[in-house]
Design a protein around this ligand. Structure first.
Ligand SMILES: [Zn+2]
Length: 210
């Protein structure tokens, strides 16, 4: 294992540590908490239109945050060795992304672009999008999300290089607070050949700009 790869694995591990604490809270307790919030905003949680709302919100939250129970590196274990010598970058762009910011639990909506340079093995294209999904369905900062996707792909695929770009609107910026409804945040993370060789990085940036 190269020095770089081990650094990346450590990074992923450390980041995972912050997310591994899972308290035992039942669905019923979570529904009760949403009932409390409904009362707190000035609503009557017992009126007809809201009676089922806490249950529906709990169901929706399970979907928004299902990434906590998923392990991206396990998903990427299935690789294909037969690539007939393909050694250039694989770019998967415009992967739709929905996440939530960890500061306001507000939606982050955007796209991710992912590229890797295979090292003897490739992975099914859907797995790249799935890696984006698994880390998106957690409370995130865009910076960490970008790094987690890149580092996981790099170490799981033992790739020669990985590039990840996320362009997203943060509803905590657009709907509240400073209210800049057109603000987009762009983050990049380059590893391996994409970091060391600017010709790779430039080609990648040209592909995703099209
Ligand atoms: Zn926020």
């Amino acid at each position: 294992m190269s020095y770089k790869t081990s650094i990346n694995m450590k990074l992923v591990k450390d980041l995972d540590k912050t997310q591994s604490k899972k308290a035992e809270v039942t669905d019923k307790q979570a529904e009760e908490a949403f009932r409390t919030i409904l009362t707190w905003i000035g609503e009557n949680p017992d009126r007809e239109g809201l009676a089922e709302t806490p249950r529906r919100v709990v169901k929706a939250f399970k979907e928004y945050f299902r990434g906590y129970s998923q392990d991206a590196s396990k998903d990427l274990l299935k690789t294909f060795g037969d690539v007939e010598g393909y050694d250039d970058m694989v770019v998967e762009k415009n992967i739709s992304l929905e996440s939530h910011c960890e500061h306001h639990m507000a939606p982050i909506i955007g796209v991710a672009h992912v590229a890797y340079i295979p090292n003897k093995k490739v992975v099914g294209l859907s797995k790249l999008a799935r890696t984006v999904d698994i880390f998106s369905k957690r409370l995130q900062t865009q910076e960490r999300l970008t790094m987690q996707i890149a580092s996981t792909l790099m170490s799981s695929l033992d790739a020669k290089g990985v590039a990840v770009t996320i362009e997203a609107a943060h509803q905590c910026m657009t709907m509240r607070g400073i209210k800049k409804e057109k603000a987009m945040t762009v983050t990049n993370y380059f590893l391996g050949s994409f970091k060391e060789d600017l010709s790779f990085q430039n080609r990648y940036l040209r592909y995703i700009a099209r």
